[in-house]
Design a protein around this ligand. Structure first.
Ligand code: AMP
Ligand code: MG
Length: 418
């Protein structure tokens, strides 16, 4: 057991992510009402069942005309056309527009056969509207065929792929799903994540402080991260520093959870119960050390076919461990094709003096100034510091070695978000 605890073999973060993503279990799917699908990941490709629009649609309020009838029309010179009907939205035109004729039409209404342009109302004058058969209209603009007419299929042709399996349903996707008649949407079930905080020093959030004790904050932080990543957090009771207890409680939660996540007890101290569990369990350890700061003892194993993410207890390291390993797993388990955090280049806004034996993932705060992204550490970069997590919107990635980085240097950043 001690060999396992102390003879840890560090692997790169990329390798750790590869191993984690190599063991992703895709969530089952379910159908939910479109109204409840916001934020979920789509579990099927969506194709256009019909062209959009499926009829020639007027883009303006005005008169549907034959463009050739308007030749020579101008502000000074009008062409007069006979108005044969009015086409409101939602009804189909009854008549075909012949030479010398026009139809009054509304935005979004179907353009009548025979017409190939719509003149804006502002470019016309209705004459004798109240008399005779529909009256006449004076047109003051020469039109080209197609003017203000949205052709069939302008937005999407029938059969065209509109949405990809695994995408997050946001406002644009919801509109597409509605327009193509998907009242029920097939999505991936939300992964249920059992969250265990370990440590005999932890107090519940509503307890008064006591000497040597702290309120456990990681569980709530992780629950929030799980929700942001589309999962359902199951906040379990705190666990004392007792490996047997931890094992029993994890086992007891196996039925209700798709994966386990623990925080604390994973380094090499006497009371590091997760490290101890990994030494005696019947699961498969994927790794128990990552060449990164913070969070190098972060460990992941597979137990009864489900992953167990053992994150550091230090809040900063716990946060980083979730973002770099658990979030990608949760994304991939809901069908995401690009589950890793996306990278960018930014300008470092301050000197960062700390070198490191391992690549460093500094909690960063970014701002955009005149089109350039600047980043700086979100606060004091110590893995035990919790209050600066709220300012974090990215990680500043510094390679191993050296003396940190200087203000003005270009650095790689990873963006945190959905
Ligand atoms: P550990 O990884 O268990 O050695 O914990 C490292 C540090 O993180 C200790 O100072 C713990 O008290 C603290 N810590 C562990 N778990 C939590 C938690 N759930 N919330 C806040 N701090 C924690
Ligand atoms: Mg502990």
């Amino acid at each position: 057991m001690n060999d396992l605890k102390f003879g840890r073999q560090a692997i790169s973060l990329e390798e750790a992510q590869r191993r984690v993503l190599g063991h992703v279990r895709l969530q089952e799917t379910e159908k939910v009402p479109l109204f409840e699908a916001c934020g979920r990941r789509l579990a099927e490709n969506i194709y256009a069942g019909s062209p959009l629009p499926h009829f020639r649609r007027s883009g303006v309020d005005g008169y549907a005309v034959r463009a050739s009838d308007t030749t020579g029309a101008s502000l000074a010179e009008a062409v007069c056309l006979e108005v044969v009907e009015t086409v409101p939205c939602g009804l189909v035109p009854a008549k075909t527009i012949g030479p010398g004729q026009a139809a009054r039409i509304m935005t979004g209404a179907a353009v009548p056969e025979g017409a190939d342009a719509v003149v804006m109302l502002e470019m016309t004058n209705a004459v004798h509207q109240e008399t005779g058969l529909g009256g006449m209209v004076a047109v003051h603009k020469a039109m080209n065929p197609g003017d203000n007419v949205t052709p069939v299929g302008e937005e999407a042709a029938a059969g065209e792929q509109l949405l990809r399996k695994g995408c997050i349903i946001g406002p644009g996707e919801a509109a597409v799903l509605a327009a193509f008649g998907h009242s029920l949407v097939k999505v991936y079930k939300r992964p249920r994540v059992a969250i265990f905080s370990t440590g005999s020093e932890l107090l519940p959030v509503d307890a008064p402080l006591a000497p040597g004790k702290i309120r456990g904050s990681n569980g709530y932080m992780l629950a929030c991260q799980v929700q942001q990543a589309g999962g359902v957090p199951l906040l379990m009771p705190f666990l004392p520093d007792d490996a047997g207890r931890v094992e029993r409680e994890l086992q007891a939660a196996a039925e209700q959870a798709d994966l386990w996540m623990t925080t604390g007890g994973v380094s090499v101290g006497d009371k590091d119960v997760l490290a101890e569990l990994f030494g005696r369990w019947d699961g498969e350890l994927l790794f128990n050390k990552i060449a990164m700061r913070p969070g190098s003892p972060t460990s992941v194993g597979l137990w009864r076919g489900k992953p167990l993410f053992a994150l550091s207890g230090n809040p900063g390291a716990c946060y980083v461990g979730f973002e770099l390993l658990v979030r990608p797993y949760l994304r991939a388990s809901q069908g995401a094709s690009d589950p890793l955090l996306s990278g960018a280049i930014a300008v470092l806004d301050t000197d960062y003096g700390k070198g490191s034996a391992y690549p460093r993932y500094i909690r960063g705060a970014s701002r955009v100034e005149q089109g350039t992204v600047f980043v700086r550490p979100a606060g004091r970069d110590k893995s035990s510091i919790m209050v600066s997590i709220k300012e974090t919107d990215c990680f500043i990635c510094l390679p191993a070695g050296g003396r940190g980085a200087r203000r003005g240097e270009l650095v790689r950043v990873l963006t945190i978000g959905d």
